[in-house]
Design a protein around this ligand. Structure first.
Ligand code: TYD
Ligand code: MG
Length: 461
């Protein structure tokens, strides 16, 4: 007789399955991440009769005119790609206390006002606790159903009976499925629970929002497979001690990724921030050295941010380099480029020596940017701090830097310059190869630079 239940080991980082325990996951290399789970293998999966299955010609597939449901929160709609697609699954991840439950409850409030039936299932809070939060947010109408439940079979039955348009599960780590033996939050529970919810979403056409906790590494706790299974993955991030929050799309089957929505956590819930550039530049020092404004594209949206740098004599054997909000290795690369800077016209080296200096780079406002378009501003901020030359506060700088010090073109230069102009900037230092695309913009002095030396000259003037 075949054994009915067997022990398998799951990696909590990547969801890899092995039959033996090991100290290191053979798939992702994480240490001490394998946990034992008992899996019931007695159920035999039935397969559809092979003869009945036929492929369909692509040209014969009719495009369904999908109707998206607006959340009435513009910042949220943008990240979703224009609204909620019926039958889709959306994972909202984020650190504890960042405001996931608040965001979703507020979404419930707005959806109910547009006569959408919503069911909010909480496995973490009691009805009273949800009520206290709801009172802070504001008035709710009678469309919202609450359910405090962690048993998925019960939830499934209730959903089938009540037939809401939108279902919210807060959080997936608290849900459990009786068919799976392991504890809530374990890899197989999270995976099975998600597939049950997926069935609810696809079969009944209900959009399902799932809240997921994240590990200290910043990924959704438990299996990575969760991200593969759902249609959309959103991360809610920001510094818990500061009030700004960023909702970021990292995967979206129904829209563009890398869109962001910006919110501010207030006393009465989250408020939308319609003009993030102004917020990011708030409190910027005037005429300070080492401070430069750049423009980064977050999806389709230009955002101005201030890059700060501080260069000081080191007190250590090996100088310190620190990067907050941008890539550390990129900063090191830019430092090397500044040291080897060449004056092409005079054909001589004019690099600055930074080998005995500590260098700190920070992006103000708590935002994280990985785009190479901020290279030029970062390099100039370091230069400005080292040389003690303040950069005019009305100047904006962007461009990618190559290893030989050349300034390379960036995408969407026109949008970036326009955003700067809108916020009253007077001068833009941009890659010379981008000049043609911004030639029709009036009212801002645009300077094209081909290499880092020209950029340095442009801010020193
Ligand atoms: P919460 O939504 O519970 O976070 P998560 O579900 O991601 O764990 O976030 C609650 C935090 O936000 C908590 O620290 C209190 C704060 N908060 C406000 O500042 N204003 C408000 O109106 C609400 C509802 C919460
Ligand atoms: Mg919560």
């Amino acid at each position: 007789m075949a054994k009915k239940s067997v022990s398998v080991f799951y990696c909590q980082e990547c969801g890899n399955e092995t039959s033996k325990w090991a100290g290191k996951c053979p798939a992702c290399g994480a240490w001490n991440s394998l946990v034992e789970e008992v899996v019931d293998k007695s159920t035999v999966k039935t397969r559809a009769k092979v003869a009945d299955v036929k492929p369909t010609k692509l040209i014969n597939v009719e495009a369904s005119n999908e109707h998206r449901v607006s959340t009435s929160i513009e910042e949220f709609d943008r990240v979703l790609g224009g609204g909620i697609v019926p039958g889709s699954m959306i994972l909202v991840g984020g650190d504890p206390g960042i405001g996931k439950s608040t965001l979703l409850l507020q979404t419930c409030q707005k959806l109910c006002q547009s006569n959408v039936e919503v069911m909010y299932v909480s496995g973490e809070e009691s009805l009273q606790q949800i009520k206290i939060r709801a009172d802070r947010i504001g008035q709710f109408n009678d469309k919202l159903d609450l359910l405090c439940e962690t048993n998925l079979d019960t939830i499934k039955a209730v959903v089938e009976r009540e037939k809401p348009n939108i279902l919210i599960i807060d959080s997936i780590q608290t849900m459990y499925n009786e068919a799976v033996g392991s504890a809530p939050g374990s890899v197989s529970q999270v995976r099975e629970s998600t597939s049950v919810l997926m069935e609810i979403a696809k079969v009944q056409g209900i959009a399902v929002f799932i809240v997921g906790h994240v590990t200290k590494e910043g990924t959704v706790a438990g299996p990575r497979v969760l991200e593969h299974m759902v249609d959309t993955v959103l991360y809610f991030e920001g510094d818990r001690h500061a009030s700004y929050r960023i909702l970021r799309g990292v995967k979206n089957r129904f829209g563009s990724t890398n869109e962001i929505g910006v919110f501010e956590m207030r006393d009465a819930g989250l408020a939308e921030v319609k003009n993030p550039s102004a917020v990011m530049l708030d409190g910027r020092p005037e005429n300070a050295t080492g401070s430069i404004v750049t423009c980064s594209m977050e999806g389709t949206r230009p955002i101005l941010v201030e890059i700060q740098s501080l260069v000081s004599k080191t007190a250590f054997e090996i100088p310190r380099r620190m990067a907050t909000g941008c890539d550390y290795n990129r900063v090191n690369l830019l430092v090397a480029v500044l040291e080897r800077m060449r004056d092409a016209k005079a054909n001589r080296s004019c690099g600055i020596f930074l080998g005995r200096s500590d260098i700190y780079v920070n992006i103000a406002g708590g935002i994280r940017i990985n785009e190479p378009a901020i290279d030029l501003a970062t390099a100039l901020a370091i230069y400005s701090s080292e040389k003690d030359i303040p950069v005019d506060a009305g100047t904006i700088v962007f461009g990618e830097i190559g290893l030989s010090g050349e300034v390379r073109s960036v995408s969407m230069a026109e949008q970036r310059v326009n955003e700067a102009k809108k916020l009253g900037f007077k001068k833009a230092i941009i890659p010379s190869s981008n000049l043609s695309s911004v030639s029709n913009i009036k009212g801002i002095n645009i300077v094209g630079v081909a290499n880092i030396k020209e950029a340095v000259d442009a801010i020193s003037r």
